[in-house]
Design a protein. Sequence first.
Length: 339
Amino acid sequence: MVDLNIQLPESFFQEEERSGYLVSAKTKELWAVQLDLLNELDRVCKKYNLKYFLDFGSMLGAVRHKGFVPWDEDIDVSMLRDDYDKLLEIGPKEFKYPYFFQSFKTELDYDISVTRLRRSDTTFLQSEDIINHNKYNLGIFIDIFVFDDVPSNNLNEISRIHGQVMKYYSAALTIAQRRRKYSNHMLTVIMFFRYLAYKWRYGSSAKAFAQMDSISKQYKNKDFVSCVFTNIGIRCRRKAWLNEIIYMPFETMLMPVPAAYDEVLKECYGDYREPVIDSSLKVWFFDASHPYNDFITRENFHDNLMKELSITSKDYEISVTEYLALLKKKFLRIFSSLF
């Protein structure tokens, strides 16, 4: 596998059972690269005095397992908006090869609202990357989420703000995925005209993302925050929960989590103390030894991988009937607002 800038014991890379779940040696290589990425993010954040913390499954892993949740295969961190914007500013110049700081500001056609720190000398393709034949940096990554101030903890109000943001996200996705092949010819035609409309209105996916960004951070100095910039569901936290950071063991490192981790984890998962194995199928392709360009430039690579993994574009696209129903609902909402 690739050389790492952290030291891990040889035993770390061995297959082992954790909490009744068998973690493969290949997954351990993936974890190792992600820990290396986390270490690099930690270095830069400490250099510039930026506050971040493990979040979602990674926070759960730190609290409950002192490392990865055994059936989890990614690392999530979060930041509040001010620190996040500073990272967006310094990230492109601070992270040097093989690291790559990826956001809608740093890479054309990147179609995900979550910022990622990747290793360009590795490979990680999710099902959407395979189906859409994505060409942007597809190295192994860690996710960096941003929490923005919201007016209150009223979920209907947060949902309204999130809906405004997702309107522009839909535009950004449509523009970025213009080369996508759909299983239905009529859907292909519909999406082509949808692309033309969004392209005429916004010009580029980056401009649509910029609109998302502007709406997400319109509120300041509020008591509650939410992850409205990303499509991960409506979440609301007291900002006070995130003010104080403590360090907890995460595999071989000490990593930051909110001191109020109990409140945050209960908001995410309810009763989180008792492990429940998640056996849901994840259709991913990763390689900790070779850069993504070694794979995606091969002739028919994406189509062959779809067959190998038994996935089809139909599994990840809206049907024509569903799309027309959404258009009807949108038309009726606009029509009713006129009277």
